[in-house]
Design a protein around this ligand. Structure first.
Ligand code: N01
Length: 541
């Protein structure tokens, strides 16, 4: 007989830890399974040089406990990977969460048993437990994408993905290193690898727009100032658009003169971070407005990079700025002025194969001692579908999502009773401060479970109609922006064969929260609930 729990939580990153905390507070019997050897999720695996968050520390942290918020001392404007990992370890200990987490254990399958309305959860360690609720807190950017380069297994040196960086580090001293990929991870790692390696070859397929992060130590005064107003600050973020501190100027870029725009963009460049995208109200909705910001950054690239041919290669030309994640860098463009760094354009001359001792493009060969894949993730859905999830009647989630991911409010899936996906497809997740979004989801799920228990209900399930209507809304909102047309991981374009759907909700975290709250206030409108005694039946959809 399998062990019977109230809930299983898959993952012990920001989402899993807080879900575990809430469920323990509610008195549920709960176990979290975590594939890593420690807590942190993304922040456990991404130990590559330069890894740092692109949301500010004072925003990228839990708000659920005022004492935690007051006592924790962030030191930098943007937290480094070790900073965030330390913080999450502190959270796990402070709230006594560790005993309920089984580490080094990957959940392989979650199957709904219609007979007793339980989820049967299985792991790669041979565990098989039953739980009334199953929460997938597997992360939006955790299923690594390692392209199937022919010959990759034959390379004699290390091949390291940025999202699976060895804890002991990698010493590139005196080596010839190839980095494939120039997104957020590559841009952070490249300047530091360049300082250590003898030679660095950067294999770039698509240039990203990179703005300065302008990270710096936080002054004690700045921290105190924020701590003094934390409750109202958090409330403002919750009601806002992105959920992080960003001044959004409503004015159109096209209403400003060239001189005004230049001054605004220059100030944003000096401030660093995402500031540039808040400079005018229509940068992400109007191509002509967007071009003004894109051209400003293009001018910066030309002014920083000495070799005009290299500068041209580094300059994005065929998509609007901000529609791929705006990358924040530190000394990134300057790195290409170093004698030991070579930029290789693998758009015009694609990678043909990895050989025993290097990499071959269509026309050239590069001898390498180590290869770094900064090649990103099968975002939002990859980590969910890595599990064999089966709902009512044995329907697999993979089949349900065959034409693109679908989830009501980004949290619940029709046909999968009592299954919750934290920051799932159709939630603001990856276009927001994900910690804030995680807290919203966890609180909403906890409220939902409370409701079921107080009403003596056994299960809740999104209807197909509610799910479809929500995904239509997500698509309609996205269609009003410049995002969907760009080949980005937001639309799954980086994964061959992945259905093209804009996967995040672009309506803003404030309006999203209100919609979720309304649904709850209307006794979970768009869901079907069933009483404890009645076996789960098909939801009307
Ligand atoms: O991944 P990416 P990432 N041949 O998908 C290239 C968050 N994050 O790990 O653009 C050659 O952005 C690919 O090229 P292309 C953040 O949300 C945050 O860097 O597809 N190249 C691209 O250049 C971010 O957006 C932080 O043409 C190939 C790169 O690999 C998200 O995670 C830090 C290729 C992948 O870029 C993902 O970022 C790190 C191939 N076959 C990550 N396949 C911060 O908070 C892929 N590429 C700062």
């Amino acid at each position: 007989m399998n062990e019977q729990l109230d809930a299983v939580v898959v993952g012990a990153g920001f989402g899993g830890l807080y879900m575990l905390r809430r469920m323990k507070q509610m008195g549920l019997s709960v176990r979290a399974y975590e594939a890593g050897g420690g807590v942190g999720g993304t922040w456990y695996w991404n130990r590559y040089p330069g890894c740092r968050c692109d949301v500010e520390s004072l925003d990228y942290s839990y708000s659920f406990d005022p004492e935690l918020e007051q006592e924790w001392a962030w030191t930098d404007r943007y937290p480094s990977q070790p900073d965030v990992e330390r913080y999450l370890n502190h959270v796990a200990d402070r709230f006594g969460l560790r005993p309920d987490i089984q580490f080094d254990t990957r959940v392989t399958a979650a199957r709904f048993d219609s007979g007793d309305g339980s989820w049967v959860v299985e792991t790669d360690r041979g565990d098989s437990v039953r739980a009334t609720f199953c929460v997938l807190a597997v992360g939006c950017l955790s299923a690594r994408n390692v392209p199937a380069f022919p010959g990759i297994g034959s390379f004699e040196g290390p091949v390291v993905h940025t999202g699976a960086w060895p804890a002991e580090g990698v010493d590139f001293t005196g080596e010839r290193v190839g980095v494939i990929g120039t997104g957020s991870s590559g841009v952070q790692a490249i300047p530091l690898i360049a300082e250590q390696a003898r030679r660095l070859f950067v294999f770039q397929r698509t240039p990203h727009f990179v703005v300065p992060a302008n990270n710096h130590p936080l002054s004690a005064a700045a921290v105190d100032e924020r701590k003094a107003v934390y409750p109202s600050h958090r409330e403002m973020l919750r009601e806002g658009f992105f959920g992080f501190t960003l001044a959004l100027n409503p004015r159109s870029a096209l209403d400003a003169t060239e001189e005004e725009r230049r001054a605004v963009y220059e100030a944003a460049w000096q401030t660093g971070g995402p500031t540039l995208l808040g400079s005018f109200g229509d940068l992400l909705t109007d191509r002509a407005a967007n071009d003004t910001a894109a051209n400003f950054v293009r001018g910066k690239i030309a002014s920083i990079v000495h070799d005009p041919k290299v500068a041209a290669l580094l300059t994005p030309t065929d998509y609007p700025i901000g529609t791929k994640r705006l990358v924040q860098g530190t000394g990134y463009y300057e790195t290409y002025n170093r004698d030991n760094v070579t930029l290789v354009d693998v758009r015009s001359d694609p990678i043909r194969e990895i050989t025993r001792n290097g990499l071959a493009t269509g026309s050239s060969r590069y001898e390498l001692d180590a290869i770094v894949c900064a090649t990103g993730y099968d975002a939002v859905t990859g980590a969910v579908l890595a599990l064999d999830v089966r709902g009512r009647d044995g329907v697999s989630l993979r089949d349900h999502w065959a034409d693109g991911p679908r989830a009501y409010l980004g949290v619940a899936v029709a046909g999968f009773p009592n299954l919750f996906v934290i920051t799932g497809p159709g939630s603001p997740s990856v276009v927001s401060n994900v910690v804030l979004s995680v807290e919203q989801h966890v609180d909403w799920i906890a409220g939902c479970i409370d409701f079921l228990r107080s009403e003596d209900l056994r299960s809740i399930e999104a209807t197909g109609d509610a799910e479809s209507a929500w995904m239509d809304h997500v698509g309609e909102v996205a269609a009003k922006t410049l995002f969907p047309a760009t080949d980005s991981w937001y639309v799954g374009a980086n994964i061959p064969g992945k259905p093209r759907v804009f996967m995040a909700y672009l309506g803003g975290v404030g309006p999203y929260r209100r919609r979720c709250d309304e649904v709850a206030a209307r006794a979970y409108e768009g869901f079907v609930t069933r009483p404890a005694a009645e076996p789960a039946a098909r939801a009307s959809a």
